[in-house]
Design a binder for this molecule. Structure first.
Ligand SMILES: Cc1ncc(COP(=O)(O)O)c(C=O)c1O
Length: 426
């Protein structure tokens, strides 16, 4: 190729590249976020906050209750809503006192704040955590563990540990048995394994009683549809669950007339259950605040109800990247979504920018938990002390990173809800 041809080729490449420029995706905050932005700018504490939209939370609770099949109870998954007042709010809006718990300090806090609640463990706890729970509960308490608490047991050795503790404390314990309905995260894999556990429980009626099964189905709907679709996965789960119930009734027919707890489901699968299901209660938590991982077709009627609000500390025109090459300048000319640079208070959370539209992190500049860089087009129009809003990807961990939750009532921050304590020294 001669020099002229080379230059024409280069020019064509540059023109083609220019035509492939990203569209300007930026826009100012929509009215919902603008209202929060302006309120926080004026009256906020000037640090990143985790907001809970109270009207949306209440609406999500109503949505869930309308989805619940006849005859099935609802159990609140505490792990995904890690704040006692948040759980209490969900109790008020759903009428459910049933909570699935996953952390000993939270169990004690909940027993203190809501002594009428009914707790089922969502994972088998080391027996030392059970011991700690009784120690912290004391004797004079409105919460009666012998009636209101089901420990989760996944094996005979764990049952033996709980039996020893029950005898030592002279404390009757209700035992719920974890069963593997296809998730393969432990629990009994075969119905016959139940026999040895039942035998042990029945041999110690003063200290142990059988209260039901917990069979979680998080695997359903996760496989590519050509391998197994959600309906088919659910049908298999039900069949496995039924096999355990059948074995139970075969071995101990008197349970047929008792009210046992057959727990199942989670936010992504709750819509698959109907009144014919073998379970009698369904668990969910995440769908009530709907972090972005729960943006699923079957949960489309739920609204996102938690957002991070982070103040913009520095708002700068253009994109300046360190180093001798003016890469940032060329980049922002090519991509209009890099025209503005915002450094925010904090960052690097498990969360995605939500508003204003078109905001994105800068992978070349890198991430920071102190002052993270975001870019947006000129239309994002943020100035110092405005807020960037993020949607957490999940709730159980991210909700714990901001101190008390800021409760947004549609006009102002009307309350602050403390989050779950991770525990203090023994
Ligand atoms: C045992 C159990 N049940 C149910 C759930 C469902 O919780 P969510 O509705 O928040 O997804 C979980 C979540 O991990 C769980 O571990």
């Amino acid at each position: 190729m001669n020099r002229r041809g080379f230059l024409i080729g280069l020019g064509a490449l540059a023109a083609g590249g220019w035509l492939l420029r990203p569209d300007n995706r930026g826009a100012a905050h929509a009215p919902y976020f603008l209202k929060i932005n302006d309120t926080l700018k004026e009256h906020g504490p000037g640090r990143p906050l985790m907001l809970v939209d109270h009207p949306r939370l209440a609406a999500n609770c109503q949505t869930l209750m309308t989805m619940l099949p006849d005859g099935k109870a609802f159990r609140i998954v505490a792990k995904s809503l890690p704040s006692v007042p948040l759980i209490q709010e969900v109790m008020t809006h759903t009428g459910s006192q049933r909570v699935m718990v996953f952390h000993q300090p939270f169990m004690n806090a909940l027993a203190d704040a809501a002594p009428g609640c009914d707790m089922l463990l969502g994972k088998p706890m080391p027996v030392q955590a059970a011991r700690q729970f009784y120690q912290e509960l004391g004797n004079q308490h409105g919460f009666a563990p012998a009636r209101q608490l089901q420990w989760l047991v996944d094996s005979l050795p764990r049952l033996e540990q709980y039996l020893s503790l029950a005898r030592e404390l002279d404390q009757p314990m209700r035992i719920n048995v974890e069963i593997d309905v296809g998730l393969h995260r432990g629990g009994l894999t075969e119905p016959q394994q139940l026999d040895a556990l039942l035998e042990r429980i029945h041999a110690h009626p003063d200290h142990l009683s059988f209260s039901g099964f917990m069979g979680y189905d998080a695997h359903v709907g996760k496989l590519p549809a050509f391998i197994e679709n959600a309906t088919e996965g659910h049908r298999k789960t039900e069949a496995r669950y039924q096999a355990f119930i059948q074995r139970l009734y075969q071995q101990a027919p008197h349970y047929r007339s008792q009210s046992l707890c057959f727990n199942g489901a989670g936010s992504p699968t709750i819509a698959l259950y109907d009144e014919t299901s073998v379970v009698n209660e369904l668990s969910a938590g995440s769908c009530l605040v709907k972090a972005s991982d729960f943006e699923l077709p079957q949960l489309s009627s739920f609204q996102p109800a938690v957002f991070i609000a982070a103040p913009v500390i520095k708002a700068i025109d253009g994109l300046a990247l360190p180093g001798p090459v003016p890469l940032g300048d060329a980049w922002q000319r090519w991509d209009p979504n890099r025209q503005r640079t915002y450094f925010i208070y904090g960052g690097y959370w498990k969360a995605r920018p939500e508003s204003p539209a078109g905001i994105q992190a800068n992978g070349v500049y890198g991430a920071s938990t102190n002052q993270m860089m975001y870019n947006g087009s000129a239309e994002t129009a943020l100035t110092m002390d405005d807020q960037i809003f993020f949607r957490p990807t999940q709730s159980e961990f991210v909700l714990l990173q901001f101190g008390d939750l800021a409760v947004w009532d549609g006009r102002r921050i009307s309350d602050w809800w403390p989050v779950l304590s991770q525990g203090s020294g023994a």
